[in-house]
Design a protein around this ligand. Structure first.
Ligand code: HEC
Ligand code: HEC
Length: 268
């Protein structure tokens, strides 16, 4: 075996080891920093009589003063019969309810109740009759959704109020559509299903369940992106950007130094 081939082979093996090393580190990085919380979303189970009773008692203490002892409505608040579990979960988990006072704006606040309590009140209201249920974790999961379709639906159906990047905006009639920066996938789904306040209802005929997932995927992706590098990598997300920066940046540094060393060696 000639000296040249041996050297070439060693060089090629060196490159291969570095590429392999970078890929392994990159994949490990992506795994460690990968999508948090998607599996943690609670999936509501069907309500038990005990859960409904717990919800009824929380309701009578906290909500009945405005919504009535049997949720039939008062001069202080609308009837909740038929609004469904999704409306309750949206209003209570975003801290809008229990309202402190009656006003046109119901801003997002830290929630008063935990998830179990919120689901109990929702189960109680659902037991009074109909309305949309709380979507399951699978129904709201952005994994595998069509981001491009989500973007075009968002632009046609949501952007006129919520702005193009979901940053919120003033509405023509003096109301304000909030930023979507803190909404969970479940809350986004529920907002579409129940149309809080000045927002229209997007039922499953207007926007199918699959399209709702596409919109959720789009919203949760664009808002997590700062576009630091100036180009967006097809808006796939910060993990991808980190990975590309890592492989590209570190990789080219390593190659540059190897190249310089080799050149030196060849000249001596
Ligand atoms: C201070 C009075 C007040 C209290 C207390 C209150 N609400 Fe409300 N609630 C309102 C008013 C007023 C509205 C209508 C707001 C609007 O149109 O944006 C409303 C709206 C709602 C809606 C939306 C109904 C729909 O048609 O989508 C739900 C659900 C709801 N409340 C649940 C609750 C629950 C559950 C509690 C207790 C944890 C509660 N509220 C406590 C006044 C109150
Ligand atoms: C006509 C204007 C309008 C349109 C169109 C609209 N929204 Fe809204 N949206 C609002 C308003 C107003 C609120 C605040 C309601 C409240 O505070 O009770 C809101 C609230 C929300 C929230 C709750 C934000 C939070 O506090 O976490 C979400 C999520 C949301 N909208 C998503 C959407 C999506 C997705 C679309 C498109 C499919 C859409 N909206 C279309 C006006 C609009």
């Amino acid at each position: 075996m000639s000296l040249i081939t041996a050297r070439r082979r060693r060089r090629a093996a060196g490159y291969a080891v570095i590429v392999l090393g970078l890929l392994t580190a990159g994949v490990a990085y992506a795994t460690v920093t990968g999508q948090p919380g998607t599996a943690a979303a609670a999936t509501p189970s069907s309500a038990s009589p005990k859960q409904i009773a717990e919800g009824a008692s929380l309701f009578s203490v906290t909500c009945a003063s405005c919504h009535g002892m049997n949720a039939q409505g008062t001069s202080q608040g609308p009837s909740l019969i038929g609004v469904g579990a999704a409306a309750v979960d949206f209003q209570v988990s975003t801290g809008r309810m229990p309202a402190k006072e009656i006003s046109a704006e119901m801003p997002r606040k830290p929630p008063v109740f935990d998830t179990a309590q919120t689901h109990a009140i929702a189960a109680y209201i659902a037991s009074l009759g109909g309305g949309p249920a709380i979507p399951s974790a699978a129904e709201v999961s952005p994994i595998g959704a069509d981001m491009a379709l989500g973007q075009s639906l968002f632009i046609t159906d949501c952007a006129q109020c919520h702005n193009f990047s979901g940053a919120g905006g003033a509405l023509t009639y003096g109301k304000y559509a909030p930023a979507l920066t803190h909404s969970t996938p479940t809350q986004i789904y529920e907002a579409m299903l129940t149309g809080p306040e000045a927002m229209p209802v997007f039922n499953d005929t207007t926007i199918t369940p699959a399209q709702k997932r596409d919109i959720i995927a789009y919203i949760t992706t664009v808002r997590s992106e700062a576009n630091p590098g100036g180009f967006s990598l097809g808006r796939i997300g910060p993990v991808t950007e980190g990975l590309v920066a890592f492989l590209g940046g570190i990789g080219s540094l390593v190659f540059a130094s190897i190249w310089i060393t080799l050149k030196r060696r060849e000249h001596t």
